[in-house]
Design a protein around this ligand. Structure first.
Ligand code: AGP
Length: 595
């Protein structure tokens, strides 16, 4: 949802553009509608920007060839104004004396723009962001220095923002601030950095500061200073990122998505190390009579699995609420409700808003992959999933890591030692499934012409069906719907027609027989059934057109952790067959920082 970076180098004579370009390239998963850089040299701000993906624009403009030892950069996921050169960031004032990159939405931009136009300001773009350089210009004209002009500006703007600003009127510094959009500050050997997310700066800085809402960050070549609203210097804690730069590279894979699918066994193994932390959290929680999961997208599907586990294993009444709908349930919360926020990024705007509401009445727990993200700082308890950086827009390894954390939580709460032991076998099961990837490739070749897909699952694997369908639609643009297998006959069965693919997730277990009946129902109406079943299930061969066997002993209780893998692979290979880029699905961005 837009990515911003900034950098000022200690060495005056070194050009920052190649570093800015490298950093912003690592954030392409946050938006690929346009890219732009601004640097300062020879008394002037220089800007190169255009619509299009980073490589396309770079081929045209040679973005690394810009003079100046400090600057800012941006990748855009358009909200206000179509993807175009004019709407690309950096946005500037009339005289190009102030340049701004922004992630977020300025909700009152229309009114501000109208007021500024009355005062003679001329706007050139359709963006909400353009009001920011104009407001800073206005306040600098009134006599404020750059830092205080930015301070005055954030008193006027409403909405979410992380912004970085440079000005030729007050050069040799970058000013940044944030509210409800992520921003980190990196302290490196050669310079100082700003970024929306850590993969941007892993190569350059390990020491990180997390600015809080409306703190003003001033970067110059001698260091970083953070001011609060009263201009006091804030003594910020410095954290160290333990991710390596290689973790955010493709490392020989064609796409991040397939690399991340292949890292899932490691992600599960590493997340299992959270067992003691989770036990401590459970011991500290006290009296809880209800659990409420709050999340979006894939994280919502992980949460749904959590409901099945907590209700069946621990007997705790559990709800799962989409973060964007959460406020309508706020009155049901009390101090005996534990509200669990699941998020890969820890920055999803809908989840953050819900967290603020939940914090007023209830105990809150974040299950989050990105260290230092807003949810980790605002939730009372935190479980950090250990998937490493996930760059592909479609969540894969973070999903199985979230599931792992939820399984640990449920098994520890229910004192289920058999399940706890079994979890340590899951990495091997995942690797066994991955070894059969060629079979999924063949299936993808057979199925990629389909216009619609259905995914059916019952019990523990119903959320797996939802997640399989989401993976397919978000990257291949094929319409996919997940259903509880027993629900199909209550309406959607009318859509089943000759040859329509129906993926039936049918692990061995209590739900097996009923799922098999549902398989028969769709088959008898002409569906082309692709079953994902347990090894040795010979029956499936005669019932389904195609079967992908999970060749290890995985029962329905832990099936969600393993049966999702062929579905992720199916989406990936179908997308390749269709000629699309699985890492950069149209209209989507990795981190959704607007409501
Ligand atoms: C998953 O493939 C999607 N990209 C999306 O649904 C995602 O899971 C959702 O936006 C929630 O993000 P979060 O986990 O970072 O909060």
């Amino acid at each position: 949802m837009c990515g911003i970076v900034g950098c000022i180098l200690k060495d005056d004579k070194k050009d920052v553009a190649p570093i800015l370009f490298d950093c912003i390239s690592k954030l392409e998963y946050r938006g690929y509608d346009s890219i732009g850089l601004a640097t300062f040299d020879d008394e002037n701000i220089h800007i190169k920007k255009d619509k299009g993906k980073i490589n396309e624009v770079n081929e045209k403009l040679d973005l690394q060839d810009m003079a100046g030892n400090f600057g800012i950069a941006h990748v855009r996921w358009a909200t206000h104004g179509d993807p175009s050169k004019l709407n690309s960031h950096p946005q500037v004032d009339e005289n190009v004396e102030i340049a701004v990159v922004h992630n977020g939405i300025i909700e009152n931009n229309t009114k501000i723009k109208a007021d500024l136009e009355k005062e003679g300001h001329i706007f050139k773009s359709d963006t909400d962001t353009e009001v920011i350089p104009h407001l800073i210009e206005k306040f600098m004209d009134e006599g404020f220095d750059l830092e205080h002009a930015v301070r005055k500006t954030i008193e006027v703007i409403e909405g979410a923002y992380a912004i970085a600003v440079i000005s030729s009127r007050e050069p040799d510094k970058i000013i940044a601030t944030r509210k409800d959009s992520p921003l980190i500050v990196g302290i490196g050997e050669d310079g100082y950095y700003l970024a929306s997310d850590s993969p941007a700066i892993l190569k350059y800085a390990k020491d990180i500061i997390y600015p809080e809402r409306d703190e003003i960050v001033i970067l110059d070549k001698s260091g970083v200073v953070v001011h609060d609203e009263f201009d006091n210097v804030v003594n910020k804690q410095i954290d160290t990122i333990n991710w390596t730069p290689e973790m955010a590279e493709k490392e020989g894979y064609d796409h991040f998505m397939i690399k991340e699918i292949n890292e899932q066994a490691t992600a599960v193994r590493n997340t299992l190390t959270q067992r003691d932390n989770i036990k401590n959290i459970i011991d500290d929680l006290g009296d809880i009579d209800r659990i409420c999961f709050v999340a979006c997208g894939t994280s919502y599907h992980a949460s749904l699995t959590g409901k099945y586990l907590l209700e069946s294993l621990a007997g705790i009444s559990t709800d799962v609420i989409l973060a964007s709908e959460f406020k309508y349930s706020a009155k049901t919360l009390d101090d005996k409700t534990l509200v669990i926020f699941i998020s890969q990024s820890g920055e999803t705007a809908d989840s953050l808003k819900a967290l603020d509401i939940a914090n007023e009445t209830s105990k809150t727990l974040g299950i989050v992959n990105v260290a230092g993200s807003s949810i980790t700082r605002r939730a009372k308890y935190v479980i950090q999933t250990q998937a490493g950086p996930e760059i592909g827009v479609a969540a894969t390894k973070t999903y199985v890591s979230q599931l792992t954390a939820i399984y640990l939580f449920a098994a520890l709460l229910a004192d289920d030692n058999d399940l706890l032991d079994e979890l340590y076998n899951v990495p091997d099961y995942i690797d066994e499934v991955l070894a059969d990837f060629e079979e999924v490739k063949i299936l993808s070749n057979r199925y990629h012409f389909a216009k619609d897909f259905f995914y059916l699952g019952r019990g523990y694997v119903y959320p797996t069906a939802l997640e399989g369908a989401l993976k397919l639609k978000e990257i291949s643009y094929i319409h996919g719907e997940g259903y509880a297998a027993g629900e199909l006959k209550h309406g959607p069965l009318a859509l089943i027609d000759e040859g329509i693919p129906v993926v039936v997730i049918i692990p061995p277990g209590d739900a097996y027989k009923k799922t098999m009946s549902n398989l028969e129902e769709v088959k008898s109406r002409g569906a082309s059934v692709l079953a994902i079943g347990g090894s040795g299930d010979e029956d499936l061969k005669s019932k389904a057109q195609d079967v992908f066997y999970i060749n290890c002993d995985v029962g329905e209780l832990i099936a969600p952790l393993v049966y999702i893998v062929p579905l992720q692979l199916l989406s990936y290979y179908v997308t390749l067959e269709k000629g699309f880029d699985p890492d950069k699905p149209r209209n989507l961005a990795k981190c959704v920082t607007v409501e």
